[in-house]
Design a protein around this ligand. Structure first.
Ligand SMILES: Nc1nc2c(ncn2[C@@H]2O[C@H](COP(=O)(O)OP(=O)(O)OP(=O)(O)O)[C@@H](O)[C@H]2O)c(=O)[nH]1
Ligand SMILES: [Mg+2]
Length: 223
């Protein structure tokens, strides 16, 4: 059973890049997946609300946009990677530098589904944790020639870390394209908050450890 489905989200207001002086958060997102699954189409639909039927292979592109999320202005960079011409060194750099990922497969291609599994393992290997914010995207849900049933995606998503969610989308028909990006930003912000909370707990713990050390040694040395 698939349980980690999308929760409610706050819509972003796209803002002009001129507001740079008020930026609070810098977010980096990367889109990975087999060649031709629709990574560029999803990004362009999200940013410019455009879609093209022609296929033009990506080498590597990045897009920068200022977005507002939960009253926080975010400077978001979306890295669009090559599905067909992957360079492991470039991919490693991209994974290291990004906070969250969109792993895209096409519902009409089993091969592309196998590729997202491989990419997921590479990501968690480099990040050294399974809890990486990831949206698994089943794109081209408008096509009738389905090779990958959603059941397979549900099995996969349940085996993935607790910061991974699944969304069925169509860049062509603009189905869930915004949700893909909004949800990834929510997952990244949750992850960042959890890390901050952990850091705070650790800081408080080491503070209280220092205080108890002071107390136990106060009779020996004057601290
Ligand atoms: N039917 C359908 N076609 C789509 C959809 N999204 C993308 N396509 C088509 O699929 C082809 C590949 O789309 P791209 O967005 O270029 O794919 P990509 O993943 O960026 O490919 P690479 O850059 O080579 O890795 C294009 O012809 C698109 O028009 C979709 O949701 N439905
Ligand atoms: Mg592309």
């Amino acid at each position: 059973m698939f349980l980690r489905r999308t929760r409610s989200f706050q819509p972003f207001n796209q803002k002009s890049i001129e507001k740079e002086e008020t930026l609070v958060e810098k977010l980096r997102i990367a889109a990975f997946g087999y060649g031709g699954v629709g990574k560029t189409s999803l990004i362009k639909r999200f940013l410019y609300d455009e879609f093209r039927d022609e296929y033009c292979e990506t080498i590597e592109d990045d897009y920068r946009q200022v977005l507002e999320y939960n009253d926080i202005t975010c400077d978001v960079t979306i890295l669009d990677t090559a599905g067909n011409h992957q360079f492991p060194a470039m991919r490693k750099l991209a994974i290291e530098s990004c906070h969250g990922f969109i792993l895209v497969y096409s519902v009409d291609s089993q091969k592309s589904f196998e590729e997202v599994k491989r990419l997921y393992n590479i990501i968690i290997d480099i990040k050294k944790t399974p809890n990486v914010p990831i949206i698994l995207v089943a794109n081209k849900s408008d096509t009738h020639a389905r090779e990958v049933p959603n059941d397979e995606a549900y099995i996969l998503i349940n085996a993935m870390g607790n910061k991974c969610e699944f969304i069925e989308a169509s860049a062509k028909f603009n189905l869930n394209t915004k949700l893909v990006f909004y949800d990834l930003m929510r997952l990244i912000s949750e992850e960042k908050n959890e890390i901050l909370e952990l850091e705070l707990i650790n800081k408080n713990r080491s503070r209280s450890r220092i205080s108890s050390l002071r107390a136990s040694f106060s009779h020996v040395i004057k601290l």
